[in-house]
Design a protein around this ligand. Structure first.
Ligand SMILES: NC(=O)c1ccc[n+]([C@@H]2O[C@H](COP(=O)([O-])OP(=O)(O)OC[C@H]3O[C@@H](n4cnc5c(N)ncnc54)[C@H](O)[C@@H]3O)[C@@H](O)[C@H]2O)c1
Length: 255
C-alpha cells in the first residue's frame, strides 16, 4: 500500500456522523495507506453504520473516555484488530449546555467538571490507554479551537480547550523520552454535531466567512483532516507540543 500513512495503524476516536472531523481523518487515512480502528461512544450502532461508509469498513470499539473500565480494556480490544498502534486521534469534545452560549458566570462546577473530564483530561487518559501498543515514532493528535482568546458563546469549552492545549504540551514533555509526539490541529468552525450544540455558533460562522484571509468553508472537514494526517505521518518527526492552525488564517489577523 502506498501513501502518506502507508503501513500505519491508527486508532481514531470521535466519529458520530459523516460530518465528524474524525470521519474525514479516517477516510483520508485509509486512502493514504493506513489501517484504521475506530472507537464509538453512545450510539454505537450509528457509529458502526457510518464506519461502513469508509473506503474500507473499519472495526468499532466502544469507548467512553470517562469510563475507566473502557480505558483499561482498550489496548486488548484494539489488539483484536491490529498488533500495535502508530497513531491515536483524539477528536472528542463535550460540554453541558450550561457551560456554553454565554453561561460562563453561572455554570455549576459539576457541569464544568464534565466538560473538563470529556474534553481535556481524556486526551491524557486516551493516550495512556493506547500507550502499551505504541512505540518510538508514534503520534497522538487532537483537535482544538484556538484557546488563546475568550470567544463569545464558547465559554467553559474555551477553558477546556485551553487545558487541552496545555495537556498536549505536557504529554509531549512526558512521552518525548519514548519517542512519541503530541500535537494539535486548531480548526476553524465546521458544521458538526458538536458545533451545532453551541448556541450562537453562527457568530463564528459569520466571522470566518467574512474575515478568514484564505476564505473558509464551514462544511469542508478535509483541510483539518489533512493536517491531522501530516502530523501522524513521518513528515513531522521532530515536532511535538505544537498547534497547527487550519482556520483559513483567521488566527493571524487582528479583526
Ligand atoms: N466543529 C468545529 O467547529 C470544531 C472546531 C475546532 C475543533 N473542534 C473539535 O473537533 C473535535 C471533534 O468534534 P467534531 O466537530 O467533529 O464534532 P462531532 O460531534 O462529530 O464529534 C465529537 C465526538 O465526541 C464524542 N464524545 C463525546 N463525549 C464522549 C465521551 N464521553 N467518550 C468518547 N467520545 C465522546 C462524540 O461521540 C462525537 O463522536 C472536538 O474536540 C471539537 O471540539 C471542532
Amino acid at each position: 500500500m502506498s501513501g502518506l500513512l502507508a503501513g500505519k495503524r491508527l486508532l481514531v476516536t470521535g466519529v458520530i456522523t459523516d460530518a465528524s472531523i474524525a470521519f474525514s481523518v479516517a477516510k483520508l487515512a485509509q486512502e493514504n495507506g493506513a489501517q484504521v480502528v475506530l472507537t464509538g461512544y453512545g450510539r454505537l450502532s450509528l457509529v458502526e453504520r457510518i464506519a461502513k461508509r469508509l473506503p474500507e469498513p473499519a472495526p468499532v470499539i466502544e469507548v467512553d473516555v470517562t469510563n475507566t473500565e473502557h480505558l483499561a480494556g482498550l489496548a486488548d480490544r484494539v489488539r483484536e484488530h491490529v498488533d500495535g498502534l502508530d497513531g491515536v486521534v483524539h477528536s472528542i469534545g463535550f460540554a453541558p449546555q450550561s457551560c456554553l452560549g454565554g453561561g460562563f458566570l453561572d455554570a455549576p462546577w459539576e457541569d464544568v467538571a464534565t466538560a473538563l473530564h470529556v474534553s481535556t483530561f481524556s486526551y491524557k487518559s486516551l493516550a495512556m490507554a493506547a500507550l502499551p501498543l505504541m512505540s518510538p515514532g508514534g503520534a497522538v493528535v487532537g483537535l482544538t479551537f484556538d484557546a488563546t482568546k475568550a470567544w463569545p458563546v464558547y465559554d467553559w469549552m474555551g477553558v477546556a480547550k485551553a487545558g487541552l492545549e496545555s495537556a498536549s504540551r505536557y504529554l509531549a514533555l512526558h512521552l518525548g523520552k519514548q519517542g512519541i509526539r503530541s500535537n494539535l490541529v486548531a480548526a476553524g468552525p465546521l458544521r458538526t454535531i458538536a458545533a451545532k450544540s453551541i448556541p450562537g455558533f453562527d457568530q463564528f460562522e459569520e466571522a470566518w466567512t467574512e474575515r478568514a484571509p484564505l476564505g473558509w468553508s464551514l462544511t469542508d472537514q478535509e483541510p483539518a483532516a489533512r493536517a491531522c494526517l501530516a502530523l501522524l505521518s513521518d513528515w513531522f518527526p521532530a515536532t511535538t507540543g505544537e498547534i497547527v492552525h487550519v482556520d483559513g488564517g483567521y488566527h493571524a489577523i487582528g479583526a
